[in-house]
Design a protein around this ligand. Structure first.
Ligand code: NAD
Length: 251
């Protein structure tokens, strides 16, 4: 088991990629703090993990709210005594509106979840990782972190920002034993893009068919990459950005 003895917080773990990461990390021996702002779905992830005879708790938290993030990390420490791994997975897509149709409130909401959230969680967990002598932060960014045309305006701006945050944080705190890396998924079969994937003539579906892989990815495939980055097998990897997109980004 690759994560024996480790404690991992995973945000947005009530669905999709976050749930798959939570289940895999638990199977690999981690004690998992499943967090989501929706109680029912987060509790369901914990139920699935316990059904497998593995260890997890649920803590409800909206990652855009500093008080929620504070109690998330406090509850993790109270229950398990430390935090080794933080996966900043919670995210929202924000839609594809034109510039003049995006309200300041819509802009702020996407930025608050997709960019400020990882800042708040990382900031809160950081002192605990320093006490622990090491830490591992994995940011679930996007292929929209690298190029235009992969998401809406606000989402693309937020995910570009998240990659910059990842690199700068890795640069600043790697010497203190904190590793920070980003995963950049392409289209993955989750509720976030299920409406797009349901329309075969949608331009995204057409491009998926033209990709080397010729299909959308599965949350479990992203989880395996997260496991690699969370494990000691990736000890020499700092500030990296791993595309997992079936080749979507290469053309
Ligand atoms: N599915 C894709 O094709 C795809 C592609 C690239 C990147 N991503 C990224 O992967 C991550 C996971 O997305 P997914 O596809 O699993 O989506 P999803 O909608 O299935 O899951 C997102 C989860 O985040 C939670 N969440 C939303 N806002 C929150 C908040 N403020 N606080 C706490 N939790 C919150 C939701 O309740 C949900 O459980 C996101 O960051 C997303 O941007 C997804």
């Amino acid at each position: 088991m690759q994560l024996s003895g480790k404690v991992a917080i995973i945000t947005g773990a009530g669905s999709g990629i976050g749930r798959a990461i939570a289940q895999l990390f638990a199977r690999e021996g981690a004690r998992v703090v499943v967090s989501d702002y929706i109680e029912e779905t987060g509790a369901e992830t914990v139920r699935l993990i316990k059904e497998d005879s593995n260890e997890a708790i649920f803590v409800q938290a909206d990652v855009s709210q500093e008080a929620d993030v504070d109690q998330l990390v406090s509850q993790a420490i109270n229950k398990y005594g430390k935090v080794d791994i933080l996966v900043n997975n919670a995210g929202i897509s924000g839609g594809l509106a034109a510039l003049t149709d995006i309200s300041a409130e819509d802009w702020d909401r996407v930025m608050a979840v997709d960019l400020k959230g990882p800042f708040l969680t990382s900031k809160r967990v950081f002192p605990e990782m320093i006490i622990n002598g090491q830490g591992n932060i994995i940011n679930i960014a996007s292929m929209a972190s690298l190029a235009a045309g992969r998401g809406g305006l606000t989402y693309t701006a937020a995910k570009h920002g998240l990659l910059g945050f990842t690199r700068q944080l890795a640069f600043m705190h790697g010497p203190q034993g904190i590793r920070v890396n980003a995963i950049l998924p392409g289209p993955i079969e989750t509720p976030m893009i299920e409406r797009v994937l349901a329309v075969p003539q949608h331009p995204v579906c057409q491009k998926i068919r033209a990709c080397p892989a010729g299909r959308a990815g599965k949350p479990e495939e992203v989880a395996k990459l997260a496991l690699f980055l969370a494990s000691d097998d990736s000890a020499f990897i700092h500030g990296a950005a791993y595309c997992i997109d079936g080749g979507y980004t290469i053309f």
